[in-house]
Design a protein around this ligand. Structure first.
Ligand SMILES: [Zn+2]
Length: 479
């Protein structure tokens, strides 16, 4: 299944054109043989032009279908009515199981690309079986999904992976599009993300078009719950969204059901499924999944499992989630006391408060944030060793996303404070390679630090070593 043999073509071209090749030639009166011939010729010509146009359309596909929808209605209208449908690219060169491995983008020569691809392929069979077991799907066949790879700027939405559908010939199948930038940089947990997307695929495949009519919190909550009992997404949401003195974590997370599914609402959506598991048992979640996978109405499925009508369910889920979040962020007030001093630039008081927090809450939800802010304060006081100890402590928890980026930025600032210019250069290059080049404080720092490091190294080589002081600056991500 996972051999190296390339499978040419990957199947047929998108074939809707067949029915539309020119007008039917049947009912012509044969009075004027020349006229008839002319019309026949015209029809043939029209047919040729149309098929040529359609061939071009098929080859330049992988565009959102709604752009093309007016011109060429696809064959299976049951799967349409929304914009998440792609027409399959007919040029697939390497198809290994569900993986279309003919990516030729920006990172195709990066040595990390084949390694990450192999890692993803190795994770896949286990991920499919995990989701089957977790969702209680028994011996249901796995969905016939495909996986394709794209550079970030070609991703329809700026996510690590997204699920769409693709049409090949008359058939629709789930499609996972993977952004190679984040994959190569190892910016997320591959196993958990695959499980999440596979749950979407299974849900979509079982239900067809009605999938898109189900509330987003149902789709996302189910996919997060499917990733396993040790889902740490919620904890990351505390870190990313709730580390502010002005925000009550419970109020922030618990506000999203039936509204727009924003990033922070994933926590609540997941918690609603967790509530069903904790209050009614795992077989209740399996019963709910069976209902959600076979009928369009989640309200009916929820009521069957919990006995509550939809409004009652939402009320209870929110209250339950709020209680849990308050309990799990019991360290919030202590962390925020330090953070207030940090933001007010009362550095000595803040440093003392962070130390107290870190001592009293060795596994607090805000520990990594406290360590990062405390590292910044150490740098300001001219203590790069103290800063490094804190960054190392964050790194030991294998941070991803914004926190990983922040750690790397802190390391650049530490190396800069120590005038270790080769390290500054290496770390800056890592930063450029691994992270988005947004216009924020960290990238502005890198933009300054990299040429500075090179200038210093050049000067050192020429014998004219200088030692200009590095100005102490507050962490620009928090200005
Ligand atoms: Zn999702």
């Amino acid at each position: 299944m996972k051999g190296e043999e390339p499978v040419p073509g990957g199947g047929t071209t998108a074939a809707p054109p067949a029915a539309r090749k020119g007008p039917p030639p049947g009912n012509l009166a044969a009075r004027d043989i020349h006229g008839a011939l002319l019309i026949l010729l015209l029809a043939l010509l029209c047919g040729l032009v149309l098929s040529a146009a359609l061939a071009v359309w098929a080859v330049t596909s992988f565009t959102l279908l709604d752009e093309d929808y007016g011109a060429v209605p696809p064959p299976d209208p049951a799967h349409l009515g929304h914009t998440d449908v792609f027409v399959v690219d007919a040029k697939d060169r390497v198809v290994r199981g569900p993986v279309v491995a003919d990516y030729a983008g920006r990172y195709s020569r990066d040595p990390r690309w084949p390694l990450r691809l192999a890692e993803l392929e190795a994770e896949l069979p286990g991920a499919v079986e995990f989701v089957r077991e977790r969702l209680g799907l028994g011996d249901r066949p796995a969905p016939p999904f495909r996986i394709r790879f794209r550079d970030d700027e070609e991703m329809p939405s700026p996510l690590f992976m997204s699920v769409f559908q693709e049409l090949e010939g008359g058939a629709a199948r789930p499609l996972i599009v993977v952004g190679v930038d984040a994959l190569v940089a190892g910016r997320y947990d591959l196993k958990q993300t695959l499980r999440h997307e596979l749950a979407h695929c299974w849900h979509l495949w079982s239900l067809g078009a009605p999938f898109y009519a189900q509330p987003r919190w149902i789709q996302e909550g189910l996919a997060d719950w499917a990733t396993g009992p040790d889902c740490d997404r919620l904890r990351r949401l505390y870190l990313d969204e709730c580390g502010s003195p002005d925000i009550d974590p419970a109020a922030v997370l618990v506000n999203g059901m039936d509204g727009r599914q924003e990033r922070r609402d994933y926590g609540e959506s997941w918690l609603a499924f967790l509530m069903i598991e904790r209050e009614f048992g795992i077989s209740a979640v399996h019963g709910l999944v069976a209902g959600l996978f076979s009928e369009g109405s989640p309200q009916v499925a929820l009521q069957r499992v919990t006995g509550w009508d939809y409004e009652e369910f939402k009320r209870r889920a929110r209250a339950w989630a709020a209680d849990l979040v308050r309990e799990e962020t019991g360290d919030w007030a202590a962390y925020v006391a330090a953070k207030r001093g940090y933001l007010a630039k009362e550095h000595d008081a803040a440093e003392a408060a962070y130390d107290t927090y870190l001592r009293e809450y060795p596994s607090g939800a805000f520990r990594a944030l406290a360590l990062a802010e405390s590292a910044d304060l150490r740098l300001l006081r001219g203590d790069p060793d103290g800063a490094r100890a804190r960054v190392d402590a964050i790194a030991s928890a294998a941070p991803v996303g914004a926190l990983a980026r922040r750690c790397l930025h802190l390391r650049i600032r530490i190396a800069r404070a120590e005038k270790d210019w080769p390290a500054v250069e290496r770390l800056c290059l890592d930063f450029i390679h691994d992270f988005e080049w947004d216009d924020n404080g960290a990238t502005r720092d890198v933009r300054t630090a990299l040429p500075e490091a090179r200038r210093k190294m050049l000067r050192a080589k020429e014998g004219g070593i200088t030692s200009e002081p590095v100005p102490g600056e507050a962490d620009p991500e928090f200005r």
